[in-house]
Ligand binder design. Structure first.
Ligand SMILES: *[C@@H]1O[C@H](CO)[C@@H](O)[C@H](O)[C@H]1NC(C)=O
Length: 289
C-alpha cells in the first residue's frame, strides 16, 4: 500500500471511498497490461509515484512531464495513475483535467484563464491535499498560464496557510517527440534492442527541447519519454480493442489490420508508426464491420 500520512479529513475521504490508496503492484500490473512499448515511461512512473506516495512529508508536489508523439500512450498512462489513486478514477472530484486547446483557447483571455486556474488550484488543494491536476496539449499552453501555475509546484510553497506539497501535477505534450523518435531509430539502426534504450539516452535532448514550456525553472521532477510505437505494439492495441468489443482476440487478424490501418516510417523500413495507437479503436471497429 502507498503509506500516505493523512489528516483526519483525508481519512474521512478514504473511508467514504473517494480516494482509494493504491499500491505499486497494482500500478505496475495496469501499466504492463495496457501501456505497450513504454518500458522507460512505465519504470519511471512507478518509481516516481511510489517514492512520492510513500513520503509522508514531500518537500514539493510531484510534477511529471510526459513527452512523445501522438498515440504513444501519454493520456492512457495518466489515466492508469489516476485509477490507482482515486477510486472513481477520472470521475473523481479530486482529479482535474485540462486541455489547453479546449479550455484555454484564446490568447486574449490568458489573464482570465490564469487567475481562474490559480483560484481553482488553491480551492481544490484546500479541500483535498492530494488533488491531481493534468494538463494536456502543453504545446498549445500559453506561457502566461504556465508561469501562473509554476509557484504552486515549487519547494515549500505556501499561501494563506495552504501547502501544495501533496498535490500531483502531470503535463502531457508532443515537445521532444521528434528527438525521441530519432533516438529510437538511431539505436535500432545500431542493432540495439528497444528495451536497451535507457532514460539517459533521451533525457538530455529532452530536457533542453522542453525548456520552451517551463523556462529556466526546475519545477519538473521527472521528464518522461514515450517512445514511438512499432507494429507489434499496434497489434497489441488492436487485440485489446477486440477484447473490448467482446470478440475473441485474433492475432493473425490483428497483424493484418496493423498493416492496413496505420502508417509507418521511414518509407523504406516501415519501422515506426506515425500516429501510434491513436484512433486505433475506432479504426478496428470500422474494419470489423
Ligand atoms: C476545482 O476545480 C474545478 C475545475 O476542475 C473547478 O470547477 C472548481 O470550482 C474548483 N473548486 C474549487 C473549490 O475551487
Amino acid at each position: 500500500m502507498w503509506k500516505l500520512s493523512l489528516k483526519v479529513k483525508e481519512n474521512l475521504l478514504i473511508r467514504t471511498g473517494l480516494i482509494v490508496i493504491g499500491n505499486r503492484a497494482g500500478l505496475e500490473a495496469d501499466l504492463g497490461r495496457n501501456l505497450f512499448g513504454q518500458h522507460i515511461a512505465s519504470d519511471v512512473i512507478v518509481k516516481a509515484l511510489t517514492g512520492f506516495m510513500n513520503n509522508g512529508n514531500p518537500k514539493k508536489p510531484l510534477v511529471l512531464s510526459f513527452h512523445g508523439t501522438t498515440g504513444t500512450g501519454k493520456n492512457l498512462a495518466s489515466q492508469l495513475i489516476v485509477k490507482n489513486i482515486f477510486e472513481k478514477g477520472m470521475d473523481s472530484p479530486f482529479v482535474h483535467f485540462f486541455n489547453s486547446v479546449i479550455n484555454f483557447p484564446y490568447a486574449s483571455q490568458v489573464e482570465t484563464y490564469k487567475s481562474q486556474l490559480q483560484h481553482w488550484i488553491r480551492g481544490n488543494v484546500t479541500n483535498c491535499a492530494h488533488s491531481m491536476f493534468i494538463f494536456d496539449e502543453m504545446d498549445a499552453m500559453h506561457p502566461v498560464i504556465i508561469d501562473g501555475i509554476k509557484p504552486f509546484m515549487e519547494h515549500q510553497y505556501k499561501l494563506d496557510g495552504v501547502s501544495y506539497q501533496k498535490a500531483i501535477f502531470i503535463f502531457l505534450g508532443n515537445a521532444g517527440g521528434e528527438i525521441i523518435t530519432q533516438t529510437t531509430l538511431v539505436s535500432w539502426k545500431a542493432g540495439k534492442k528497444r528495451e536497451e534504450l535507457k532514460l539517459e539516452d533521451v533525457e538530455t535532448a529532452l530536457s533542453s527541447s522542453v525548456f520552451n514550456y517551463y523556462g529556466e525553472s526546475n519545477v519538473v521532477d521527472f521528464f518522461i519519454p514515450f517512445l514511438p510505437l512499432e507494429r507489434q505494439h499496434i497489434v497489441q492495441c488492436i487485440m485489446v480493442e477486440m477484447v473490448a468489443m467482446g470478440l475473441q482476440p485474433d492475432h493473425n487478424k490483428a497483424c493484418e489490420m496493423a498493416d492496413k490501418i496505420v502508417v509507418y516510417i521511414p518509407d523504406d523500413e516501415r519501422r515506426i508508426s506515425v500516429s501510434g495507437c491513436k484512433r486505433v479503436a475506432s479504426r478496428v471497429r470500422h474494419f470489423m464491420q
